[in-house]
Ligand binder design. Sequence first.
Ligand code: SAH
Length: 414
Amino acid sequence: MTTVILKPHKEESLLRFHPWVFSGAIARVVLDAKHKGDAPEEGELVSVFSSANTPLGVGHWQVGSIAVRILAFGVESLPADFWHSRIHAAYKVRESLGLVRKDNNTFRLVHGEGDNLPGLIVDIYADTAVVQAHSVGMHVCRKEIADAILETVPQVKNIYYKSDDTLPFKAPIEGDKIGYLISDYQFPAPLGEGQEGADEFWSIENGLSFRIDWLQGQKTGFFIDQRENRALVERYAKDKDVLNMFCYTGGFSLYALRGGAKTVDSVDVSQKAIDLVNINVAKNFPKAKNHTAVAADAFEYLSAQKSAGKTYDLIILDPPAFAKHRDAVKNALRGYQRINAKAIEMIRPGGILFTFSCSQAVDKEAFRLAVFSAAAQVGRSVRILHQLHQPQDHPINIYHPEGEYLKGLVLYVE
Ligand code: SAH
C-alpha cells in the first residue's frame, strides 16, 4: 500500500481522532510498486505514519487541501470485514435510538464523519437505501458498501446510488455516478411519471406516509434531518393558522395537520415538490379541506400576502443553504435577515416562528444574530423558546465539529 509520512508534530490531530489529513501536514509519499505516475490516485487507500514511523491509520487519498480522509485509526491496513462492521455498527445505533419501527422506516443510516465513514451518506426509505458518495474513495467502494447494507438492514431490498452532484468535480471517475446498485424492482424504476409501482411506494416517518422521489428529488430525495423538529411543530400546531415556507414535499405540513392546525399553507418554488405535497396530504388526510399548496418564490409570496393583510399564528422557514461556501457567508446572513424579517412581520401577537439554517458555513451565533437583527428591524419583541439542531441519526463526531450544520430557533413573537 502507498504510505504517507507526516511532518514532525503533525500527527497530533490524528491521535485525537480528527479524521482529516491536510496536504500541508505531509512530509513525503512513498508510492507502492504498482504505480506508474508520481502521485497516489484519487480514491486509493493509503496508510499514514508519523515522522517517527508510528502507524496512525488508513484512509482514502484525495486531491485538494484535505489529502486523506481516515477510515480506521491506529492500523496499517483495513480489516477484511471493515465495511460490514461499520455499517452494522451504524445500524445498531439507529435501532438502539428507537428509529427502526413499524411506524418509522425512514432514517439516515450513515452520516459521514459522524458514523466514522467520512464521505459517505446512506438514507433508508422503507425498502430502499439511497447511497451518496462525497469522495472518490467511497465511490470506488460503492459495491462493497451496497453489499454490506443489504446484509445488515433487513428492510432493504433496493439500493440506489446518487452521487452525480456530490463527487469532486474534477476527479477522474470510473463507472456510473448514478443508478441502481441492487434492485428487485422491475425496471423501469418505481417512481416518477408513468413508472410502474409509483403508486405503491410509501416511506413512513413517525406514522406519516411520504412519497419519496430519489430519482428526481433534491439531495437523496427527502430531508430526514428535520424529523424531530417536525414533531415539535405538531405539538404547537393546534388551532393555528400555519405557513410552511420552503415546504419541499410537505414534511412540516403533515405534522401540523396531525397536530390539529386550523389551516396549513405550504409554499415552495418547485412545482414538482408541490405536486408531492398534495399527494402526501391526500394519502394521510384524505378528507382535509384546510390545506393549500402553492408554487411560488418565498420573497414574492410573503410580500404579496403582506399586501393582502394576511397574518399567521405559526410560520416555518426552512430555506435551502444560503451559503454553500465560507466566502458566501456575508450575503447569506443578509438573506437570513431579510426572509426572517418578512416572516416575523406576518406573525400575529403571541405567534410562533420556527426558523432554520442548514448552511454549515453559518454558525449558530451568526444565525442567531441575523434573526435578532430581523426582529429588531421590524420592531417586534421576540423570545427564544427552543434552540434546535440536527437529529440523532445525523450525529456529530466530537473530533470533527465541522459536521454540525443544521440549527434552528423557535421564537415567541409578542
Ligand atoms: N422543509 C423541507 C425541506 C426544505 S429544503 C422538509 O421538511 O422537507 C428547501 C426548499 O426550498 C426546497 O424544496 C426548494 O425547492 C425550496 N426553495 C428554494 N428557493 C426557494 C425560493 N426562492 N422560494 C421558495 N422555495 C424555495
